[in-house]
Ligand binder design. Structure first.
Ligand code: NDP
Ligand code: 8X3
Length: 250
């Protein structure tokens, strides 16, 4: 199969690329960091096709896809919308507008742009699978999640709405909604390089690993073609719900 994964330069995307290439698939892997992409190319070899661009820029996304061999571009079997980020964990009144814009631009605009470019090609051949990487943050509010959580709620509803639009077509859409996962650059980026803050979050917690998410993707890619998993919400056993909060003497 030909599998396009956005954001392969670290974390989930990298683990997915490594997992899926083992199954002999061709992986088109994207990211902004050219050096990382060439290291990955050196490691994964011929079946890995790197594409370096910012997913938040529509023109760059278009030109990157157009640089692919036409036969390959028209035959993408699986699109994995993984690239994304959280910036900051401040309450909304203290948040930086440029952080909000960057999250919206990547998690929403970038994700829908590439989907808009690839989906018609799947419809033309009446087959395909879109896997979006949402988050539990799109399902449950928490302090400081403001725009990040809202962007992942968008991804969830967009995934379900795609399924509605794809009625009668052999195209599947799954939204994977992970909770706390370690071993990626996610918190390093969210806390803007404050590694102490980032590593505190994972201290003494048996969190989900990128390889666990890659195994779930492998499972979804290999499902019998008549099955669609709409949403897959996964959390480490160590993470659960804390309930609603009431403040006295407000
Ligand atoms: P990482 O920070 O390790 O990986 C993010 C990837 O996205 C990188 O490859 C990065 O590449 C790419 N990316 C970010 N912005 C852009 C952009 N503008 N254009 C192109 N590529 C971009 O994080 P994770 O692996 O943890 O996260 C992957 C996805 O999973 C995200 O959507 C995240 O929201 C989601 N998620 C993460 C969870 C976690 O706890 N880790 C839990 C639930 C969901 P580059 O920097 O080279 O551009
Ligand atoms: C990442 C998981 O809990 O940091 O999407 O929002 S969380």
């Amino acid at each position: 199969m030909n599998i396009l994964i956005t954001g392969v330069t670290s974390g989930f995307g990298l683990a997915m690329a490594k997992r899926l290439i083992k199954d002999n698939h061709t992986i088109i892997g994207t990211g902004r960091r050219a050096d990382k992409l060439s290291d990955i190319k050196a490691e994964l070899g011929e079946q890995f096709i790197p594409l370096c661009f910012d997913i938040g820029n529509l023109d760059d996304t278009k030109s990157a896809l157009d640089s692919l061999d036409k036969a390959l571009l028209n035959n993408i079997d699986v699109l994995i919308n993984n690239a994304g980020l959280a910036l900051g964990l401040e309450s909304a009144d203290k948040a930086d507008i440029s952080d909000w814009q960057a999250m919206i631009n990547t998690n929403i605009t970038g994700l829908v742009s590439i989907t808009n470019l690839v989906l018609p090609k799947m419809v033309a051949k009446n087959s395909g699978l879109v896997i979006n990487i949402g988050s539990t943050a799109g399902n449950y509010p928490y302090f400081g999640a403001n725009i990040y959580g809202a962007s992942k709620a968008f991804v969830k509803q967009f995934s379900l709405n795609l399924r509605a639009d794809l009625i009668g077509k052999n195209i599947r859409v799954t939204n994977i909604e992970p909770g706390l996962c370690g071993g990626t650059e996610f918190s390093h980026i969210r806390f803007k390089g404050d590694n102490e803050k980032a590593s505190k979050l994972y201290e003494k917690v048996d969190y989900i690993r990128p390889e666990d998410i890659a195994d779930m993707v492998h499972y979804i890619v290999n499902l019998p073609p008549h099955i669609n998993i709409n949403r897959l919400e996964v959390m480490p056993v160590a993470q659960t719900f804390a309930g609603l909060t009431v403040v006295k003497d407000l």
